[in-house]
Design a protein around this ligand. Structure first.
Ligand code: NAD
Ligand code: 0WE
Length: 268
């Protein structure tokens, strides 16, 4: 117990108690990590602050990851308060809602740039600005991705392209960070009913397909994603970097569900 004792980390992407970032924060806190949080805007501050305080975190800072100034300000504060950083949890994505449905070719130039800026470039900027604080600490960085980066998930559209850029950024960043002693990995999570997911029209259908197609015949839990994040942030995973780990009850391993295959063979 207490495998994160003495480690300090920043968690970016809590909106409420259902956020994947919050599931991750709880696992890290359970193992003794000291955490700082950021929030996007004032309406989310009201949600994030009490959650953070509930686990003894006093550092709750504003940050729009689309702003270099905001990012620099966060690390300035962490430098002042902590003087170092052992891990970073990046759990942020955004695309215009009207571009998460219909034909992908209708994605606008601005919508494409926005989705890739917030969902992929933000990891690059947050990593770069964290480096002075991480110096000599063998730090770990994690981000959250989705299967729509690898294969077409209808309507995921520009977010799929953004997640592909994010996953590739993880590999290029891993190459940069290795000689500094730091690591960076991604968790490819199965569908979880969060605020970001609630905004999606056919999310229930996506969850239903996952329950039918996964080897485990169920959906992944926030706790399971949190425990995997804990592993990647901890010194139990010091041999891993540049990896995309699927925490999806095995969905990525299937092309057809077992039931679909049985239905096909029974018709022979
Ligand atoms: P969520 O809504 O709880 O979290 C998304 C967070 O992104 C929010 O806290 C929001 O404030 C933040 N955000 C958006 N734009 C921002 C900006 N400009 N600056 C700073 N923060 C910004 O939803 P979630 O599902 O927990 O999403 C977290 C991550 O997990 C995302 O990267 C998402 O793509 C990924 N993911 C989600 C699922 C799922 O099914 N929910 C599956 C796989 C991966
Ligand atoms: O990464 C995501 C969701 C990311 C997301 C969600 C929203 C909703 C509200 C990004 N931007 C926005 N913008 C908004 O205005 N997921 C993995 C969840 C998700 O989203 C989908 C999915 C799944 C799964 C969209 C279409 C199809 C499947």
């Amino acid at each position: 117990m207490g495998i994160m004792k003495g480690k300090k980390g920043l968690v970016v992407g809590v909106a409420n108690e259902r956020s994947i970032a919050w599931g991750i924060a709880q696992a890290l806190h359970r193992e003794g990590a000291e955490l700082a949080f950021t929030y996007l805007n004032d309406s989310l501050k009201k949600r994030v602050k009490p959650l953070a305080e509930g686990i003894g975190s006093k550092l709750v800072l504003p940050c729009d990851v689309g702003s270099d100034d905001d990012i620099k300000e966060v690390y300035k504060e962490l430098e002042k308060e902590w003087g170092g950083l052992d891990f970073l949890v990046h759990s942020v994505a955004f695309a215009n809602k009207d571009e998460l449905k219909g034909a992908f070719y209708n994605t606008s130039r601005d919508g494409f740039a926005l989705a890739l800026d917030i969902s992929a470039y933000s990891l690059v900027a947050m990593t770069r600005e964290a480096l002075p604080l991480m110096e000599g600490r063998n730090a770990s960085i994690i981000t959250l991705t989705y299967y729509g980066a690898e294969k077409v998930i209808p309507n995921y559209n520009v977010m799929g392209v953004g997640k592909a850029a994010l996953e590739t950024s993880v590999r290029y960043l891993a190459a940069d960070l290795g000689s500094l002693g730091h690591r960076i990995n991604a968790i490819s999570a199965g569908p979880v009913r969060t605020l970001a997911a609630a905004g999606i029209g056919d999310f229930r259908k996506i969850q239903r397909v996952n329950e039918l197609r996964t080897p485990m015949q169920r959906l992944v839990t926030l706790e399971e994603i949190g425990n995997t994040a804990l592993y990647l942030c901890s010194d139990h995973s010091t041999g891993m970097t540049g990896e995309v780990m699927h925490v999806d009850c095995g969905f990525h391993a299937m092309a057809l569900s077992v039931q679909e295959a049985q239905q096909l063979s029974s018709k022979d």
